[in-house]
Design a protein around this ligand. Sequence first.
Ligand SMILES: [Zn+2]
Length: 326
Amino acid sequence: MVIMNRRQTIPKHLRYTIQDFKSQFPDDEACLEHLKEQRFPGGITYCEKCQQDRKHYKITGRPVYSCDHCGTQISPMAGTIFEHSSTSLVLWYYAMYLMASTRCGISAKQIQRETGVTYKTAWRMFRQIRSLLSETDMQLEGSAVEMDETYYGGTRKGQFGRPMRGDKKKSPVIGIVERSTDKRVGRVKAFTTPDVTAERVLGIVHEHILPKSTVFTDEYRIYDRVGGRVKEHKRINHTAKVYVVGDVHTNTIEGFWSLVKRGIGGVYHQVSQKYLQSYLDEYSFRYNRRDQGNLIFNAFLKRVAELAALPVAVDRGMTPAIQEPF
Ligand SMILES: [Zn+2]
């Protein structure tokens, strides 16, 4: 069993334990039924071929539902990350549960040990799940936003930090985070970026921060022009070893960086530049829902349905995309 990073402070209604998981999702059938409900709330009612509402029934032994009039089949898995996978649905759900329940992330090695899937399969599952977690369109709405940059990799593999002498291949990352208010937790966005320039910074400010916001940064010159784009720009002088003056600090975004550093350094050890963004998305997704306790798992499940392509009816006699024994 993986040791969960489950803090006892999670209120009861926000708890979702491994026992809860096992009783809600004991097998593939239960997962398929859940997936069907997410994608077709109230059940599959419409048959595209009959062009009207029809009763659908589950075909025994196959993950499809069939129109009881013409036999046209619909697979709830079609168009989702589960399509074309030979891994059982309950294992997918379990992988999402683990990923949603740890603050620091979970490695493919851990799920390999626990479930017996190959490392390659586990790694692919995580990559697919991560692909659901990007929140590109989300705009920060908080009135106080911190912005900061960090760097990943380079000579010190798997490490974050400013480039050192001779460090050529570091991947820059820029982050923005709202400060929390009484009403809700502040959310974060983190971007890998080809370079760290004033133009890049302005692009991010323009795209993701409301003009009425106050933006907090350090004194690094790439932030020089931020003030022209927002209500107010306040800067802390880190080079003079000053970290907090009144409300002027970047501690919130630095807190997020340290969460990511602990996770990527401690759990994944090393992440290739190609996938760095998807790992940042994973950490951001959980961070942005940290007031939801272990119900973050529900948010993962919702994403599966939200990002699925519309399911296409399969004609009778044709083989559905998934052919796993149930
Ligand atoms: Zn039909």
